[in-house]
Design a protein around this ligand. Sequence first.
Ligand SMILES: Nc1ncnc2c1ncn2[C@@H]1O[C@H](COP(=O)(O)OP(=O)(O)OP(=O)(O)O)[C@@H](O)[C@H]1O
Ligand code: SF4
Ligand SMILES: [Mg+2]
Length: 327
Amino acid sequence: MLLEVRDLYVEFRTRDGVAKAVNGVTYSVDAGETLAVLGESGSGKSVTAQAVMGILDTPPGRITGGEVLFRGRDLLKLKEDARRAVRGAEMAMIFQDALSSLNPVLTVGDQLGEMFVVHRGMSRKDARAKAVELMDRVRIPAARERVGQYPHQFSGGMRQRIMIAMAMALEPALIIADEPTTALDVTVQAQVMELLAELRRELGMGLILITHDLGVVADVADRIAVMYAGRIVETAPVHDIYKAPAHPYTQGLLDSIPRLDHKGRELYAIKGLPPNLTAIPPGCPFHPRCPRARDVCRIDVPPLYRVSEERRSACHFWEETVDASSA
Ligand SMILES: Nc1ncnc2c1ncn2[C@@H]1O[C@H](COP(=O)(O)OP(=O)(O)OP(=O)(O)O)[C@@H](O)[C@H]1O
Ligand code: SF4
Ligand SMILES: [Mg+2]
């Protein structure tokens, strides 16, 4: 397995108390595989990714438990310089907002080339040639002419391609893309997603794709992990989830995406709000919002039940949920 996150815990000290942002997350990604991580805002998707990458804001954030095994090594046990060597070369991250991730006063060629100068000891001239090659690879037209331009001279979609080029420069084994297309308009979103999927296939990388958007996931992901209140509530192969969710929260997410075949039907919205992370409800954290909740749900924390070989659900009533959703 390329990456295995095991029972990860992250807390933030805030004025209102300790916010339990990540509460025992376990997920894995293999080489060549795409794992989509879904969940509402505040569910801990980004914080988990930051802990994996070693870029968590510490303080106020703190990892309080768990392991991040990358090719069998626990990254949480590495010293900062060893950790830095992994970042960029072996795993890289793509963020939502390319404009604030790129340096406005350096040309894109210099920023892309820097990767090769720093990590590969290349000359400036060779690094620039590499930068052009990368820009070609992410299909930026007229790369040779545009390599000397600054980030603001590119459109949002082209800037996001530059971010992708930067992330894949050193051909890392794992890329984490955190809402990589959210800031783009719909057609550009689809192009960038397609590019990402294509490069993943070509390079055989593992990809973790964090997104709110269940709509985009069907085409690109192999497996899905659904997060709620800092926990994984369901993991499964994509087609299983679409066929019949095994957790009422996943069901709610699915029912709230617009579907052509359900035209005219009122769009469902999960009622209520995500929990306050300084006071997560006891038992199943989803119970205040769950249409299936019963007394036991208010008391017993559901473990990740084994639904099938490849599938887990943190719902006491997962069987009922599958039956109802496949009916
Ligand atoms: N720098 C920080 N300081 C304090 N609390 C933080 C910080 N970063 C994250 N948190 C806490 O962790 C929670 C989870 O945040 P995270 O960014 O992982 O959510 P997310 O699932 O990525 O949401 P979104 O979809 O909005 O990006 C937040 O709701 C917040 O309570
Ligand atoms: S355990 Fe209970 S409250 Fe939680 S998702 Fe299942 S039915 Fe709903
Ligand atoms: Mg996020």
